[in-house]
Design a binder for this molecule. Structure first.
Ligand SMILES: NC(=O)c1ccc[n+]([C@@H]2O[C@H](COP(=O)([O-])OP(=O)(O)OC[C@H]3O[C@@H](n4cnc5c(N)ncnc54)[C@H](O)[C@@H]3O)[C@@H](O)[C@H]2O)c1
Length: 420
């Protein structure tokens, strides 16, 4: 099998695929980016990125090194093909591997001996071997002998600049030791450290462990925030104090609820696999239950704040500040703000929102309002997501009533201020 790595194919040019394309391009490796979304491919071909972590000028600077396309034949000749397509949930909250299997079929139709295929999409243990491998072998080639196959989870944290593709260790597990070695060689081009594990299953499971660890700890701290709310204790003061312990404690902050594509979805992937072996991931599911219901607690807190100000929710003007699932990004997937808005509307509130990253909420028929005007008109302003562009402390001065679910006002006491 050839060792020279002159070009890489990336299937799926979203939050995961596009930063990878940029990382390889920066190292002088030609990147073929395959996506089924023709409009996205056209934008990318014109040097326009819609992913915050990939500035358009840097993408455009790759020039001929980056070829976005909808034509699978362009993957021929690439040393490796990395699969970065979505792994959402189906209607019954079961894994929907449709995007993964569709890409595997597409790759099989152009696969060549000597190529390396790596699945990056987050999924349950066994997917690479049980789902992807047989589809790729429909090409007539054999995994481990004719082509390499591995799994390597993406660890990107959108909107983050301290931990990048380059300085975040990359875990790799191959179908054979040679598959792992080849995948490690490929990622070694863009990552300072590659961690090889013994199998794709170990690599798949490690990603789920990382995400479920976060999900469980977020549920824990949100549940404690609900308790301290009732006890009249400031949760932020408690966490700040606990976080002074130099060992045995890791800080997690409460908030309006958990969002994003990964954390709310991954536990269901694991639970699905667990059921196959008659195992029930009760602990994991309990965390999911708490996280799912936490936005409702936030709605009740806003309801109480309005009540204390002598106003019913019905007919009150509520301004939501920040609707993306986290600061610095435009990603709305599973964003708790959407759930909060729906519940407040059900109660009869008039909703406006301000988010510098999200100009429109199409499904809800809303457009991001001018912050100053919307604050002046609102009976209640709720800080749901903190983007760096917004001066949240100024809201304490200007809002009639402010509810802070992110703890950005901690240390401040004011009659119009309510904090989680
Ligand atoms: N977003 C994150 O922060 C993050 C972090 C780590 C891991 N992941 C995982 O990475 C995977 C991809 O997530 P994402 O956030 O980049 O998704 P995304 O929706 O941003 O991008 C996926 C892209 O794949 C394209 N696509 C879908 N089917 C295709 C096909 N058959 N062939 C070619 N292109 C196809 C879509 O058009 C889209 O452009 C998921 O499994 C996710 O769980 C995401």
């Amino acid at each position: 099998m050839p060792t020279n790595i002159e070009s890489i194919g990336i299937v799926g040019l979203g939050y995961v695929g596009l930063p990878l394309a940029l990382a390889f391009g920066r190292e002088g490796v030609a990147v073929v980016g395959l996506d089924t979304d023709g409009a996205r491919v056209e934008r990318l071909a014109a040097g326009v990125s819609d992913i915050e972590d990939v500035p358009s000028d840097e993408l455009a600077a790759l020039g001929e090194l980056f070829t976005p396309t909808t034509d699978p034949a362009a993957l021929k000749g690439c040393a490796a093909i990395l699969i970065c397509v979505p792994t959402p949930l189906a209607n019954q909250r079961e894994p929907d591997l449709g995007y993964v299997t569709a890409s595997a079929r597409t790759i099989a139709s152009v696969l060549e001996a000597g190529q390396t295929v790596v699945l990056e999409s987050t999924t349950y243990p066994g997917t690479t071997r049980e789902e992807v491998l047989p589809l790729l072998e429909e090409s007539g080639l054999s995994a481990g002998t004719d082509f390499h196959l591995a799994y390597s989870p993406e660890r990107i944290d959108p909107g983050r600049s301290d931990h990048t593709v380059a300085n975040t260790p990359k875990v790799v597990g191959g179908i054979t030791p040679a598959c792992a070695e080849r995948a490690a060689e490929i990622y070694g081009l863009i990552c300072e450290e590659v961690v090889t594990v013994s199998s794709p299953e170990a690599a798949e499971m490690s990603k789920l462990l990382e995400n479920i660890f976060r999900s469980v700890n977020i549920a824990l701290v949100n549940e404690l925030a609900q308790l301290t709310d009732r006890l009249g204790i400031d949760i932020w003061e408690v966490i700040d104090a606990a976080a002074t312990k130099p060992f045995g404690f890791m800080r997690f902050d409460p908030g309006p609820g958990m969002g994003g594509h990964c954390l709310p979805v991954d536990p269901f992937y694991l639970a699905f696999k667990a059921r196959e072996v008659d195992f029930y991931t009760e602990f994991v599911e309990l965390a999911g239950k708490i996280n799912q219901s936490h936005p409702l607690f936030c709605v009740r807190k806003m309801e109480r704040a309005l009540n204390d100000a002598g106003k019913p929710v019905k007919g009150s003007k509520v301004l939501i500040v920040g609707v993306a699932y986290k600061g610095g990004v435009a990603d709305l997937r599973e964003a708790p703000a959407l759930k909060i808005i729906r519940h407040l509307r059900e109660l009869g509130a008039e909703i406006s929102y301000h988010d510098p990253h999200v100009p429109q909420l199409r499904g809800l028929g809303l457009e991001s309002a001018d912050l100053g005007e919307a604050v002046a008109a609102a009976d209640l302003v709720a800080i749901i997501t903190t983007h760096p562009e917004v001066d949240h402390l100024a809201l304490v001065e200007s809002a009639a009533l402010l509810v802070d679910f992110r703890g950005v006002t901690r240390g401040i006491e004011a009659p119009n201020l309510v904090r989680l």
